[in-house]
Design a protein around this ligand. Structure first.
Ligand code: NCD
Length: 309
């Protein structure tokens, strides 16, 4: 299996690569507990974030530090870096690549991670490119699902909310399509999954459905993947498609969920998941966020210290 040069899209991951990565993620989790993970000493990671982030940036930085490496970075790069002086993403990446061994990039434009990778002499990790992809989030989501359901091909995953702009949805659904997972997409009409993605899943022979409300698929769902409305990606001056409260979990919906269901959210949440649900054993979102540390540790290792062929 050729080693990864960059992490740009979930399309780079087939099942054998995912199996190998997840085996390493489990080892990383054990190593963190035992305090034995200093394998990337003398390596430096740059976090270059042009959009806000809490979990992704801090879990990447924690992952690198836990692996014994070091971190430099700029938060709000669009305001505080040389971009304010007119520097292009390409120039910024070329320069930073002279200082560090890996760059984690979040940027508001779809395709920005590919652009960065095309000029970079160090690995680029796509930490979210506009409404495009968020591959590392999708991998930690899939890992969380696999921890609950051994056979991902036999479950029913229901995505809810802003499926148009939600890059975590785009990446995770692509991964699940590889496993022939049954998928339902619940959103207001204005925030439906992009048609090209839906057609990609139909052409791949996946069982996919769209619904206007969660009432319809709720009682058959094994995983309910909630998302917030991405207000920052609504067209300027255009109509904002509500705050998502029409798509929130209610006591009635919860009463219809399977006892074994798993409720996920990439976070941050708005009103989609009320805090009263947090104590329910089916709430998986904080566990999901924690898995981000181990998955990102394994990815950093793969890029900087590749597994033997
Ligand atoms: C998501 C993102 O940035 O795409 N958050 C995350 O990385 N965990 C989801 C979101 O912002 O709604």
């Amino acid at each position: 299996m050729p080693s990864l040069q960059h992490v740009l899209s979930v399309r780079q991951f087939d099942k054998p690569r995912i199996d190998r990565l997840f085996a390493r993620v489990r080892e990383m989790r054990g190593n963190v507990k035992r305090g034995q993970c200093s394998i990337l000493g003398n390596r430096l990671m740059a976090s270059l974030f042009y959009e806000p982030s809490t979990r992704t940036r801090l879990s990447f930085e924690a992952a690198m530090l836990t692996l014994g490496g070091a971190v430099v970075g700029t938060e709000s790069a669009g305001h505080f870096s040389s971009v304010t002086k007119g520097e292009s993403l390409e120039d910024t990446v070329c320069v930073i690549g002279g200082y560090v061994q890996v760059i984690v990039l979040r940027h508001p434009e779809r395709g920005s991670a590919e652009r960065a990778a095309s000029v970079s002499n160090v690995p680029i990790i796509n930490a979210g490119d506009g409404d495009g992809e968020h591959p590392t989030q999708a991998l930690l989501d899939l890992f969380t699902i696999e921890e609950s359901f051994k056979d991902i091909g036999r479950i029913h995953v229901v995505f809810v909310g802003d499926l148009k702009n939600g890059r975590t949805v785009h990446s995770l659904a692509r991964l699940l399509a590889m496993y022939d997972t049954r998928m339902s997409f619940v959103s207001p009409d204005s925030l439906r999954l992009p048609d090209n993605l839906f057609q990609e899943f139909v052409a791949a022979g996946c069982e996919v459905r769209e619904h206007g409300t969660l009432d319809e698929p709720v009682d058959e769902a094994d995983v309910i993947y909630m998302t917030r409305v991405q207000k920052e990606r609504q067209a300027k001056g255009g109509c904002v498609a509500g705050d998502g409260s029409d798509y929130a979990l209610t006591h009635d919906l919860v009463a219809h969920m399977k006892k074994t269901a798993v409720i996920m959210h990439p976070l941050p949440r708005n009103s989609e998941i009320p805090t009263w649900f947090d104590a329910d054993p089916r709430a998986a979102y904080f566990r999901q966020a924690k898995n981000g540390l181990y998955v990102r540790m394994a990815l950093l290792e793969e890029l900087l210290n590749p597994f033997p062929e």
